[in-house]
Design a binder for this molecule. Structure first.
Ligand SMILES: *[C@@H]1O[C@H](CO)[C@@H](O)[C@H](O)[C@H]1NC(C)=O
Ligand SMILES: *[C@@H]1O[C@H](CO)[C@@H](O)[C@H](O)[C@H]1NC(C)=O
Ligand SMILES: *[C@@H]1O[C@H](CO)[C@@H](O)[C@H](O)[C@H]1NC(C)=O
Ligand SMILES: *[C@@H]1O[C@H](CO)[C@@H](O)[C@H](O)[C@H]1NC(C)=O
Ligand SMILES: *[C@@H]1O[C@H](CO)[C@@H](O)[C@H](O)[C@H]1NC(C)=O
Ligand SMILES: *[C@@H]1O[C@H](CO)[C@@H](O)[C@H](O)[C@H]1NC(C)=O
Ligand SMILES: *[C@@H]1O[C@H](CO)[C@@H](O)[C@H](O)[C@H]1NC(C)=O
Ligand SMILES: *[C@@H]1O[C@H](CO)[C@@H](O)[C@H](O)[C@H]1NC(C)=O
Length: 453
């Protein structure tokens, strides 16, 4: 069958990509693969090199099956998160999963033995994505959600072909967790679930996704709240199981669904527009926040019948994008620079080795290199270097937007935050990552929810 991505998903993504840096990036999607010179299709549906070819790179919509680099295999010890030691900014990560457990976009902060995901005005929030993938496993996150209208907390698994398993939390519905799943990014109007629980902001709960080849459960504090059997997802028309079945990254995010620039349905789903007033009790120090105190992963054995010739990475061997497309091999690729791709990993190595900085300061013609962040050009040469993750925690911005002092390191583009309303003169005022993982499909889900009403 022909894989198709719901057009609404692409629209939602495009509407959020307001940064001028993205104007020139080619888009990718069904029947529209990336061109040879920007071969990698990001999870946001745009083409580039460098980090576009790492986590989230869609093998089917990229230039060739070799454009995206192989995905590091599940490694249970690598998912722990109770501080920022294993967290690397996306603009500094070249694919060596032995050096980082998580890549971040936005401003994560170390706090009280855990990690805060922050969302300040003019930003699009914070995303942590695991560098290792899981191909079936039991993933638990202990977290407290954010609160407030328009603010959405998410704990999801997402594969590079957009199989997705979600827990999501709306900041105005604190007595409820939402569950959902997607297969190959295709919209289905009937997959969402709602699960009552005690206040998710006041109370830390443990949310668990137990993902097996034949069955999937969502649990809260050890109690199963939902079960999905693969056998129940059979679609006779397409002759396929619409069941999440490809290696996935673990993602934790906090993102602003309630921005005026978003669709009406999105805003309503999220409980309304975000209140950026200084006195808003849901904000502290100028930002909304969710806190994660641990993530634990148990890796299950690869399915029997898996094409296994090694033990280091997963890769796609066919365009079907199903469980049967996956091979486990010893191939692993670390890019020489952010100009590298799966096909030409060492490109740009001599120029940019070690710094992780964007390859050029001029070029609008350079391919984009960090999805959602910046292009080949346009990076602020002063934004790189030693800035740490402390900025926002100690800063005290009264009106949002100031949090952090370049905590996200190099490669950031100035200007063009999602809301477009901030004063972008500060190094990290405008979080330029465009959109946060999970949000594309969350947006779709809520648009759909509104249509269904
Ligand atoms: C089953 O697959 C067909 C063909 O791809 C699609 O049109 C239909 O919406 C699918 N049905 C469900 C319930 O997802
Ligand atoms: C926003 O928060 C402030 C401070 O708490 C409050 O006074 C104001 O009424 C809120 N605005 C809305 C629209 O809720
Ligand atoms: C893929 O899924 C099909 C259908 O459920 C199953 O028969 C097959 O064994 C699976 N293969 C792998 C490698 O998981
Ligand atoms: C198994 O994976 C290898 C790559 O390691 C690939 O060359 C081969 O085509 C795959 N076999 C099948 C049946 O998909
Ligand atoms: C970078 O910082 C240096 C020293 O603070 C300053 O002179 C220079 O103007 C800055 N460059 C930019 C592009 O901000
Ligand atoms: C970061 O915060 C810690 C704890 O408050 C502090 O000890 C450390 O000096 C800070 N680092 C910087 C660079 O401000
Ligand atoms: C932040 O600002 C508030 C209000 O001005 C003040 O009460 C608080 O002490 C400040 N916190 C820090 C860490 O400066
Ligand atoms: C942004 O900040 C700069 C430096 O503080 C200031 O000169 C400028 O007027 C501000 N622009 C806006 C639109 O507030």
């Amino acid at each position: 069958m022909v894989r198709s991505l719901a057009p609404a998903a692409l629209l939602a993504a495009a509407s959020l990509l307001t940064s001028p840096a993205f104007a020139s990036a080619p888009t990718c999607g069904p029947n529209n693969p990336c061109p040879a010179d920007s071969p990698c299709c990001s999870q946001y549906g745009q083409c580039g090199v460098g980090a576009y070819c790492l986590g989230g790179c869609d093998p089917i919509f990229s230039h060739s099956l070799d454009s995206c680099v192989p995905e590091p295999v599940c490694d249970a010890s690598k998912f722990k998160i109770d501080n920022l030691n294993g967290v690397t900014d996306i603009a500094k990560y070249l694919g060596d999963a032995s050096t980082a457990n998580w890549v971040s976009s936005g401003s994560p902060l170390e706090y009280n033995g855990g990690v805060l995901l922050t969302l300040s005005q003019g930003s699009v929030g914070t995303l942590l994505a695991s560098t290792h993938y899981v191909w079936y496993g039991k993933i638990s996150a202990k977290l407290r959600t954010s609160q407030g209208a328009g603010v959405v907390t998410a704990f999801i698994l997402m594969s590079d072909v957009k199989d997705e398993i979600d827990f999501e939390f709306i900041g105005t519905t604190l007595n409820q967790a939402q569950s959902n799943y997607y297969w190959q990014g295709i919209l289905d109007y009937n997959n969402g679930g709602k699960h009552d629980t005690s206040n998710t902001f006041d109370n830390e709960h443990e949310y668990t996704i137990d993902w097996q080849p034949d069955q999937l459960t969502w649990s809260i504090d050890g109690n199963v709240v939902r079960t999905l059997k693969k056998s129940d997802t059979w679609n006779a028309t397409s002759g396929a199981f619409a069941y999440p079945q490809t290696p996935s990254r673990v993602q934790l995010s906090l993102w602003p669904a309630g921005l005026a620039s978003n669709g009406k349905g999105t805003i309503e789903w999220a409980g309304g527009l975000i209140n950026w007033s200084a006195g808003s009790p849901a904000m502290q120090n100028g930002y909304y926040y969710a806190s994660v105190s641990s993530v634990d992963v148990e890796c299950y054995d690869p399915p029997s019948g898996a094409n296994k010739t090694g033990s280091k990475s997963y890769s796609y061997e066919s365009m079907a994008g199903t469980n049967a497309s996956i091979a486990i091999t010893d191939n692993s690729v670390i890019l020489g620079s952010l100009q590298g791709t799966g096909e030409d990993p060492d490109k740009g190595k001599a120029k940019a080795s070690g710094t992780g900085s964007s390859p050029s300061t001029s070029a609008t013609s350079q391919p984009e290199s960090v999805p959602g962040v910046s292009g080949g050009g346009n990076s602020d040469p002063n934004a790189s270097g030693s800035s740490d993750q402390n900025g926002s925690a100690t800063g005290n911005s009264s009106n949002g937007g100031s949090g952090g002092s370049g905590s996200s390191g190099s490669g950031f583009t100035q200007g063009g935050g999602a809301s477009g309303s901030g004063n972008n003169s500060g190094a990290a005022v405008a979080r330029p990552e465009g959109i946060v993982g999970g949000s594309v499909f969350a947006l779709v889900a809520c648009v759909v929810a509104m249509l269904a009403l």
